[in-house]
Design a protein around this ligand. Structure first.
Ligand code: SAH
Length: 302
């Protein structure tokens, strides 16, 4: 889900609406695209030097720009849901590449909090409250900014699981967000792996920027049978139902007895499927967390 190639990709969303709908429709567009909206009235030229008149019988185009990131996907979804109240409005999305825009995607991100953890964009000034765990991130390059339910569920689980001195495997590290959080929660050693080389690069940078480089090692790969890991205290993996099912016995081999496993990226509807596969590999389920359609399942190696 790495989006390094699409950092500069935006969607121009145009809502074609009736003149009497412009106000509520622009309010909805504005709430999804804090960068603002432009309103294009349909005009009819009246002739040389006569100027033009605004036609009141044609549709008005309300336009906004949304970044093609993970957050952009959520904003677009919210926009569609809000626009359901205006069934006549036609929504059109067109990809555009940011080149020398004055506007930057950076202004769209704010601080995200999950329990004691605050994910703070690197350009935002933030004074840490006592006991607050700060993860500084430049979102937009790899998946994992704390905006997605599956990431937030992992951040919540890590706060329960991580104890000082533990060794943690973060499988599918993306931006490195969970490794940084684990390190700052007191893990002794964190191993971050991702099959996507672009994610590996982004994670390394984010980990270094957070001063977590001594504790966290980033490697390209997954759970390989050629060089098996073992004796790990906890695994957090925000990947997919399918991957969890096929990795179930590798999770067991990697963890120490009693080791903790937190699996995310699972639609709630698939929870029984993952639970069955993981229990058969020698785990007992200890908890489940839910956010919207997503769930995170926690297990303990028997
Ligand atoms: N951990 C981050 C990112 C999750 S996105 C967060 O919670 O927000 C999932 C990441 O897993 C992607 O970067 C993808 O490249 C990686 N991935 C997918 N399947 C994998 C596998 N089998 N082994 C290791 N990484 C995998």
């Amino acid at each position: 889900m790495t989006s390094s190639d699409t950092t500069n990709l935006w969607f121009e969303i145009t809502a074609h609406c009736r003149p009497d709908e412009v106000e509520p429709v622009s309010a909805i567009m504005r709430s999804a695209a804090p960068g603002g909206v432009s309103i294009e009235e349909p005009i009819e030229p009246l002739g040389p030097e006569l100027g033009y008149r605004v036609r009141d019988d044609a549709r008005v185009a309300v336009r906004a720009y949304i970044p093609s990131s993970e957050l952009g996907a959520m904003l677009t979804q919210q926009l569609r849901e809000a626009m359901a109240a205006f069934p006549d409005v036609e929504l059109v999305a067109k990809p555009v590449y940011e080149q020398d825009w004055a506007v930057s995607w950076r202004e769209f991100f704010g601080t995200v909090r999950v329990g004691r953890i605050a994910i703070v964009p690197s350009w935002v000034e933030h004074v840490a409250a006592p006991h607050e765990v700060i993860v500084r991130l430049d979102p937009g390059r790899a998946f994992g900014t704390g905006h997605h339910e599956t990431t937030r569920l992992c951040l919540a689980a890590l706060q329960d699981i991580v104890r000082p001195g533990m060794s943690i495997l973060d499988l599918g590290t993306g931006s490195g967000i969970l490794s940084i959080a684990a390190a700052k929660l007191g893990a002794h050693r964190v191993l971050a792996r991702d099959i996507d080389p672009a994610a590996v690069e982004v994670a390394r940078q984010n980990i270094a920027d957070n001063g977590a480089g001594d504790c966290v090692t980033v490697e390209k790969g997954s759970l390989e049978s050629e060089a098996p890991l073992s004796g790990i205290d906890a695994i957090v993996a925000n990947i997919s139902t399918h991957a969890h099912v096929s990795l179930a016995s590798a999770y067991a081999a990697t963890l120490a007895p009693g080791g903790r496993l937190a699996l995310s990226g699972i639609l709630s509807a698939d929870s029984a499927l993952v639970t069955g596969a993981v229990e058969r590999a020698g785990f007992e389920r200890t908890a489940a967390r839910y956010e919207r359609d997503w769930c995170l399942l926690e297990f303990r190696r028997c």
